[in-house]
Design a protein around this ligand. Structure first.
Ligand code: XMP
Ligand code: MG
Length: 175
């Protein structure tokens, strides 16, 4: 059990399990994108650790860029997506793979997808997915772990800005 600010969390996905699953996702992507040079678009801040681990296991030619969306505060989604910052590369005719830390309501992703209308293809890879929270009709090609609709931190994800450094995914303690 760990404490971040006013809340307690316990380990939900250990580090070795995360690493092994992300490696398997990278191997799936290596196969599916053989002969292409995808442009990965990593959605900061939360996806930095997932992105770094995935990248160690990619063996295909690939490029990466980082974007930012601010839409979430505390432990409940505000449901309002703000600005998208940082997309400098032209997605036209590219094979885009969006990298997300977590898909909750799906609203963030829904707001991002129109930016890639001119792409040759768009796929989404997310470390975590909360199917019970989903409020959008989305096709998610690569999912690390489906998790229940409970707040998680660690491995890039934060609670009020803290906890991103934790090497495991932790779940809010409601015991
Ligand atoms: P939506 O609802 O748009 O949410 O799919 C996606 C963004 O919301 C944040 N999010 C979380 N962050 N623990 C977190 O630390 C969570 O359990 C959680 N659920 C959603 C996250 O920034 C994600 O990109
Ligand atoms: Mg956050």
């Amino acid at each position: 059990m760990i404490q971040i600010l006013d809340k307690s969390f316990d380990v939900y996905i250990p580090e070795a399990t995360l690493e092994a699953r992300i490696k398997a996702l990278a191997e799936d992507i290596n196969q599916a994108y053989a002969g292409r040079t995808p442009l990965f678009v990593s959605v900061l801040n939360g996806s930095f650790m997932f992105t770094a681990t995935l990248f160690k296991y990619l063996t295909i030619p690939c490029e990466i860029t980082f974007i930012r969306v601010a839409s979430y505060h505390g432990t409940a989604s505000t449901g309002s997506v703000k600005e998208v910052l940082g997309l400098q590369e032209n997605p036209a005719d590219r094979d885009i793979i969006l990298l997300e830390d977590i898909i909750d309501t799906g609203r963030t992703l829904e707001a991002l997808l129109p930016l890639f209308g001119t792409a040759r293809s768009v796929a989404v890879a997310t470390l975590l997915f909360k199917p019970e929270a989903l409020q959008a009709n989305l096709d998610i090609a690569y999912v690390g772990f489906e998790i229940p609709n409970r707040f998680v931190v660690g491995y890039g994800l934060d609670y009020l800005g803290q906890g991103r450094n934790l090497p495991c995914v932790y779940q809010l303690w409601e015991g």
